[in-house]
Write a protein that binds this ligand. Structure first.
Ligand code: C2E
Ligand code: CA
Ligand code: CA
Ligand code: CA
Length: 274
């Protein structure tokens, strides 16, 4: 048994070494990616339950020269660890605002900001500078943050959110229901919108607990007078449930996948989106 155990451990260590090497390689490539702007913005529509597009969420993709498109679930954590996330999120905000400023249809954009930038960067200053530079109306910008933003420095985070809202930018709580303290954060922080996490939406049809949670979050939004958006909506059955519950907006493959903006040109270049 001892020898067998040692074998397992050696195998495990080898796998760990491989994993760490892989991570270092990607982290090194990421530095080059930031310098050479190997990123592309994808846009995913957010719509009313009747299907009218009201906004686009901006989702980042890394176009790696050898590996092809890399998901943000892979490179955002690497960027957060290595301190590159400040430059990346600022680039996203600037490019997204620049893009939205060209639209005939004045739809909003929802931008994800890493919790790390709330702890280290000057988020309100960065937003103010980009808004001034691009001339985009602040009312058309919403930032999506997860509760990770709020954990370390409670008072500091509240001050930052107020400064962001002072600019006229809205703030949505992303991945609602997955964190530890979502409810108390809702009380303490000045959110404009609640985004139901897609894990609850995915199980709506065959898991009564998920349906009950989604029902409760929409009711909570109604009581707090906060609009609720559901993400990850893939089926008509999910849409019907959410519409019947009074969910304000939906986002997901059913309405449209994240795509380069060219794919949605007809939506952004005419006033009614038809
Ligand atoms: P998120 O903000 O929770 O984004 C939702 C994710 O769900 C996106 O994955 C989106 O492509 C995916 N999705 C949308 N509709 C559906 C659907 O109907 N079904 C399913 N199964 N999935 C759907 P993506 O684009 O891979 O992004 C993953 C995460 O990476 C995002 O989660 C966000 O936390 C982060 N991220 C993306 N772009 C940025 C960025 O510019 N800056 C920062 N800091 N984080 C970003
Ligand atoms: Ca998001
Ligand atoms: Ca989310
Ligand atoms: Ca998420």
């Amino acid at each position: 048994a001892k020898a067998e155990e040692r074998g397992t451990i050696r195998f495990f260590e080898a796998a760990m070494d491989q994993h760490i090497r892989e991570k270092r390689l990607l982290q090194r490539d990421l530095v080059v990616a930031v310098e050479n702007k190997q990123f592309q913005l994808y846009f995913q529509p957010q719509a009313t339950t009747e299907g009218a597009v009201v906004a686009f969420e901006v989702l980042l993709r890394w176009q790696h020269p050898e590996r092809g498109i890399i998901s943000p679930t892979v490179f955002i954590p690497l960027a957060e660890e290595s301190g590159l996330i400040g430059a990346i999120d600022e680039w996203v905000v600037r490019e997204a605002c620049r893009e939205a400023a060209t639209w005939v249809n004045p739809l909003s954009i929802a931008i994800n900001l890493s919790p790390v930038n709330f702890q280290r960067g000057d988020v309100p200053g960065m937003l103010a500078a980009v808004l001034a530079e691009t001339g985009l109306c602040p009312k058309r910008v919403e930032i999506e943050i997860t509760e990770g933003v709020l954990i370390d420095d409670f008072a500091g985070a509240i001050a930052i959110l107020h400064a962001v809202k002072e600019l006229g930018v809205r703030v949505a709580m992303d991945d609602f229901g997955t964190g530890y303290s979502s409810l108390s954060y809702l009380q303490a922080f000045p959110f404009d919108k609640i985004k139901i996490d897609q894990t609850f939406v995915a199980k709506l049809e065959d898991n009564p607990q998920s349906a009950a949670i989604v029902h409760a979050i929409i009711g909570l939004g109604r009581s707090l007078k906060l609009p609720v958006i559901a993400e990850g909506v893939e089926t008509v059955a999910q849409l019907s449930f959410l519409a019947a519950e009074g969910c304000a907006e939906i986002q997901g493959f059913l309405i449209g996948r994240p795509q380069p903006i060219a794919h949605y040109q007809s939506v952004v270049s005419t006033l009614d989106g038809t």
